[in-house]
Design a protein around this ligand. Structure first.
Ligand code: FAD
Ligand code: SIN
Length: 533
């Protein structure tokens, strides 16, 4: 048994921020399934949206967020997160984060934050560290964590399931008591016990065949919370980023929306600017609209990709502003200063998740969820670009404040050690690998950017068969990381399909040809699922 005051699952921006804030009050365990920096956060390119310029206003950021969210955002949550953003950004800078700056034109020699622009934003308000913002955030937070003796990081530890009082057979309120965690190197399962557990496990891009997300993004937090009895909402709103690099050798490499913010134009392979006819903001329209337009162009023409062209900007500017994108494309033989970039949409962000309030509180006592794993109501039916890092910062801070405002609960629950199946099976690896591929392809083909009820129903019945097979493996054989993640992607895939089938309308990221318009009865209605309903 490993007892702590705070158990944090995940070491992206949400988990690290929370850990730093509560460390003065107790011992913190950060459990993370690969290296400490490996997270969606680490790959964030565009930056963090926040109002820091005199030409901008909270009202404008709120309005842009509500517009992108297509009627489903919770306005009070949007206001809180937008208005608390600047204070959290100042703390991050204080901690050592280095955002890009530019010389103030009217005051040579003086500098100010350089603000980028992305789809759906009516102002320049994205703080960034060139095009490697996430890497710089992880560096700054991990450096600060290294100075904090109360925090212990457990790398290569994969949380399997939450331990709750109800699962242990206690009556009364359902309380989270910690988690069972698979130590991948030692090949054993530990019991982590804590009065406060925080899910900061990020998103679920790996549920789809093509994604911008790294391998860690298997929706573990949502799956664990669902199994523990928490409410999950709005999982149908999977955001597809319009511009992932299309190259046979490139795995999941994003071409930031900031490239379009600096003038990049989407074109067909023949050079036609197809966004002009789709939306007044053209290539910088909200992501759902751009991704659908690209999907439609590719289907119409039979092309495998479209082009993103920024060659009209000076080469020096492109190389200085986007050094990582420039170098990476060059490694694949594409000089973005001279030729257009082949791009396709790919699964990018989970707008739904574990239902929380703006302080990260879930409907299970002692369990909090922050960052991409949570559904606070900020994003509604479509997230505004660069609002997720902001949400993670603000909500991790608020969760810490809320928790520290009261004494930590004492617990006298008896937690049993983990029991697992004992058998190994030579057949297992190939079946697990096959099921991984099948789910990801099925989700891409049947539950992608454009949906129909028939395809959703097909996906649902195939997923049910796969779940039965995975269930048998899970209970009978010794666990492996691949099996645990497979079990989670299967659950998350089912939740996405279930939520999509609940919503008889097209809204934001959920586009269903059987219901091509928004349904006023579903405005402001979340699709909520709980185990057993
Ligand atoms: P993550 O950063 O994903 O961290 C999750 C952590 O949980 C990881 O450490 C992971 O290993 C761990 N974990 C997961 N499951 C388990 C488990 N079972 N056991 C133990 N540990 C586990 N958003 C913006 O706002 N601006 C951007 O510019 C931007 N660019 C992006 C670019 C890319 C390529 C991607 C993929 C996303 C981008 N996003 C951006 C989205 C944003 O990066 C994420 O939403 C955000 O970083 C999520 O932070 P998080 O802390 O919630 O989760
Ligand atoms: C990007 O840089 O395009 C990603 C921004 C985001 O997902 O918010």
């Amino acid at each position: 048994m490993k007892p702590f005051d705070f158990l944090v699952l995940g070491s992206g921006i949400a988990g690290l921020t929370f850990a730093l804030k509560v460390a003065p009050r107790g011992r913190v365990a950060i459990v993370t399934k690969k290296d400490r920096a490996e997270s969606n956060t680490n790959y964030a390119q565009g930056g963090i949206a926040s109002v820091t310029s005199r030409e901008d206003s909270f009202e404008s950021h709120v309005r842009d967020t509500l517009t992108a969210g297509a009627g489903l955002c919770k306005e009070n949550v949007v206001r809180t997160i937008v208005e608390e953003g600047p204070a959290r950004i100042a703390e991050l800078i204080e901690l050592g984060m280095k955002f890009s700056e530019r010389e103030i034109p009217a005051a040579p020699g003086a500098h100010e934050l350089d603000l980028g622009k992305e789809g759906g934003h009516s102002k320049r308000r994205i703080l960034h560290a060139k095009d490697v913002t996430g890497r710089e955030i992880e560096r700054a937070l991990l450096d600060a964590i290294a100075r904090q003796p109360n925090i212990e990081i457990f790398e290569n530890h994969l949380a399997i399931d939450l331990i709750t009082s109800q699962k242990l057979g206690y009556v009364g309120e359902n309380r989270c008591l910690g988690a069972y965690v698979f130590d991948k190197k030692a090949n054993r399962v530990w019991t982590f016990a804590a009065p406060v557990t925080v899910l900061a496990t990020g998103g679920c891009g790996k549920v789809y065949l093509y994604t911008t997300n790294p391998d860690i993004a298997t929706g573990d937090g949502v799956a664990m919370a669902f199994r523990a009895g928490a409410s999950i909402a709005n999982m149908e709103f999977v955001q597809f980023h319009p511009t992932c690099l299309y190259h046979p050798k490139a795995k999941s490499f994003l071409i930031s929306e900031a490239v379009r913010g600096e003038g990049g134009i989407l074109k067909t392979l023949e050079g036609r600017e197809f966004m002009d006819a789709v939306h007044p903001l053209k290539s910088l329209a909200p992501r759902d609209i751009v991704a659908r337009a690209i999907d439609s162009e590719m289907k119409k023409s039979g092309a495998d990709c479209v082009h993103l062209d920024i060659t009209h900007q000076p080469a020096k500017f492109i190389i200085e502003r986007f050094p990582n994108i420039y170098q990476t494309c060059l490694r694949y033989g594409i000089d973005i200063t001279r030729e257009p970039i082949p791009v396709v949409p790919a699964a990018h962000y989970q707008c739904g998740g574990v239902v929380t309030n703006v302080d990260g509180g879930t409907d299970i006592a002692g369990l909090f969820a922050v960052g991409e794993v949570a559904c606070t109501g900020l994003h509604g039916a479509n997230r505004l670009a660069s609002n997720s890092l902001l949400e993670a910062l603000v909500c991790a801070h608020r969760a810490a404040e809320k928790i520290l405002a009261a004494p930590l609960p004492k617990s006298d629950f008896k937690i049993p050690v983990w029991q697992s199946g004992q058998a190994t099976n030579a057949d297992e690896l190939v079946v697990v690998a096959h099921n991984w591929d099948e789910i990801r392809r099925l989700m891409w083909d049947y539950v992608g950017i454009v949906r129909t009820n028939k395809r959703l129903q097909r996906a649902q019945s195939r997923l049910a068969n796969l779940q039965a097979e995975i269930h048998e493996y899970y209970w009978n054989f010794i666990v492996t990381a691949d099996l645990l993640e497979l079990r989670n992607i299967a659950t998350v895939a089912e939740l996405i399909v279930q939520c999509a089938l609940m919503r008889p309308e097209s809204r934001g990221l959920n586009y269903n040809l059987d219901f091509p318009n928004p349904n006023p009865d579903w405005a402001q209605r979340d699709s909520v699922v709980r185990r057993g309903n």
